[in-house]
Write a protein that binds this ligand. Structure first.
Ligand code: SF4
Length: 423
C-alpha cells in the first residue's frame, strides 16, 4: 500500500480532544448504551439462504454454484428459523439474508415479509445479476426489507467485473443502488480488501460518499471456499498492510458521511482505541476500561457529526460471540468463514445451539485463547478472527496470524502468561 491510501475530500469534523469532553459525551450516550450478553444472544443472525448464484466471484466463501441444493431449508423451515430468532427475545437480533444469492429463491419476498411481520429487522446481500430488477427491489421494499448490502470492489468496472466473474456487474450494482434509493431501502457497500483493491480504496471511499451509503464494510480475506485456492490466497494483504488499512479507516471514520467497519478484521478495534487514546492524551488502558464497563460501540469511541445514525453492536462481537451463521442446509456455525457446526436447526432450536453447544461455548471462552490473543490486553474487545485462526492453523482458538501487535504480557515467562490468561 502506498501513500495514495490517505484521506481525501471529507471536511474536518469538530473533534473534541480531551478526556473530559469524551466522558461527557459518553454520559450523554449512556441511556442508549445497553450491555448485551453474547453468551445468551447474538446481535446478528446470518442465514445462507442458498448457495446458488450466477456470479463466479474469485474469492467466494460459499463456493457458489448455479443451481439450488434440494436439501436447502424450505420456506416453512425458513419461517421456523424466524420464529427461533424471536425466541432470543426483544430486541430481536438483526436477520441477514445472504448466499450464494438470496434472489435465487422465489420465496425470498415471503420470508422477508414473514420476518418483518414478526418485528425482526431484515437485511439482504443479493448478487448484482439480472435477477435484481427494479420490480424486485420494489417488492422487497413492500415486504419490509430495511437494508440491502451489495459488493463494490473497485471504483472502475474492469477489476470489479473480473473479480466477480461477470461483465456488467459493476454497472448493475450502481443501478440497484439507485432503485434502493427510489424505494427507500438503506444501502450498504461491501468491499473485499485484496492486493488488487488496496490502492483503489480511497477512490471507492469517495464513491461510497457520493452514493449516499449508510455503512461501508471492508472484508478481509479468509482462506475458505474459493478463497482457499493458492492463487486467491496470494491476493491477501500482509499483516503490516492490515495495520495500515486500519489506521487509514480510523482517519476516514472521523469525517466520512457513512459508518465504516471491518469484517474479519477485529483487531481494528485495538487500533481504534490506541489512536483515540493518543488523541485524548490518556493511557489506552483507561479508555479500554471505559469501553468494557460501559459496553461502548465503535461509534461512541470515535464520535463524528457527519456519520449517519445506525444500530451498531457493542465492541466484542466476534465469530460465534454475538454473531451466528446458519448454512443453506441448516447447520449452525460461528461464522460463514468457519466451517464447523454446533448443530442443526432441523434438530434443535437455534438458541439452544448458540447458548449451549460445546463449539459455541468454547469459542466464546477467551480464557482458552492461545498464543498472543490469549494474553492480549485487548482480547475482550477483539479476540482476533477465530475464522482466520482456523483457516490458517486448523485450530480456531489460536492467535489471529494477521495481527502484528505484541501484547504487553507476550514474552513474559510461561507461568506469568498463564496467570494473565486466566484474567
Ligand atoms: S493479539 Fe489478538 S486479541 Fe490482541 S489485538 Fe491482536 S488479534 Fe486482537
Amino acid at each position: 500500500m502506498s501513500e495514495q491510501l490517505s484521506i481525501r475530500v471529507f471536511p474536518d469534523s469538530q473533534f473534541r480532544n480531551s478526556l473530559a469532553t469524551f466522558v461527557v459525551l459518553v454520559a450523554l450516550m449512556k441511556t442508549e448504551v445497553k450491555g448485551m450478553d453474547f453468551n445468551q444472544r447474538p446481535f446478528t443472525v446470518i442465514w445462507e439462504t442458498t448457495r446458488a448464484c450466477d456470479l463466479v466471484c474469485l474469492h467466494c466463501r460459499a463456493d457458489a454454484i448455479p443451481d439450488r441444493n434440494p436439501y436447502e431449508l424450505t420456506t416453512q423451515e425458513a419461517f421456523r428459523l424466524v420464529d427461533m430468532i424471536c425466541e432470543f427475545g426483544q430486541p430481536y437480533p438483526i436477520f441477514i439474508l445472504t448466499g450464494g444469492d438470496p434472489m435465487k429463491r422465489p420465496d425470498i419476498f415471503d420470508i422477508v415479509a414473514y420476518a418483518t411481520q414478526k418485528g425482526v429487522r431484515v437485511a439482504m446481500t443479493p448478487s448484482a445479476t439480472p435477477l435484481v430488477t427494479r420490480e424486485a427491489i420494489k417488492r422487497l421494499a413492500e415486504a419490509g426489507l430495511v437494508r440491502l448490502a451489495i459488493s463494490l470492489d473497485e471504483s472502475t468496472p474492469e477489476i470489479h467485473d473480473s473479480f466477480r466473474g461477470v461483465q456488467g456487474s459493476f454497472a448493475h450494482t450502481l443501478r440497484i443502488l439507485d432503485w434502493c434509493r427510489e424505494f427507500g431501502i438503506e444501502t450498504q457497500i461491501h468491499t473485499t480488501v485484496t492486493k488488487h483493491s488496496l490502492e483503489d480504496l480511497p477512490k471507492v471511499a469517495d464513491m461510497v460518499a457520493e452514493l449516499g451509503i449508510k455503512l461501508w464494510a471492508l472484508f478481509f480475506l479468509i482462506a475458505v471456499g474459493r478463497a482457499a485456492r493458492p492463487e486467491v490466497r496470494r491476493l491477501n494483504i500482509s499483516p503490516h498492510d492490515f495495520e495500515r488499512v486500519f489506521n487509514w479507516m480510523y482517519d476516514l471514520s472521523k469525517s466520512a458521511p457513512y459508518d465504516i467497519t471491518p469484517r474479519e478484521g477485529y483487531h481494528y478495534r485495538r487500533v481504534m482505541l490506541q489512536r483515540r487514546a493518543q488523541e485524548l492524551g490518556v493511557p489506552v488502558e483507561e479508555l479500554l476500561k471505559e469501553v468494557l464497563e460501559k459496553s461502548l460501540r465503535p461509534t461512541d469511541v470515535v464520535p463524528s457529526k457527519d456519520r449517519p445514525k445506525i444500530v451498531r453492536a457493542p465492541m466484542g462481537v466476534n465469530d460465534g460471540r454475538g454473531v451466528v451463521f446458519i448454512s443453506h442446509v441448516g447447520l449452525v456455525q460461528p461464522s460463514g468463514f468457519l466451517p464447523l457446526a454446533g448443530g442443526s436447526v432441523r434438530e434443535k432450536p437455534l438458541a439452544e445451539i448458540y447458548r449451549h453447544s460445546p463449539l459455541f461455548v468454547r469459542i466464546r471462552d477467551y480464557s482458552q485463547l492461545k498464543g498472543k490473543c490469549g494474553v492480549c490486553e485487548f482480547k475482550q474487545i477483539c479476540g482476533g478472527s477465530r475464522s482466520r485462526a482456523y483457516a490458517v492453523t486448523g485450530d480456531y482458538m489460536r492467535s489471529d496470524p494477521y495481527c502484528i501487535y505484541r501484547p504487553k504480557a507476550w514474552g513474559k515467562s510461561k507461568k506469568e502468561i498463564a496467570t494473565v490468561a486466566q484474567t
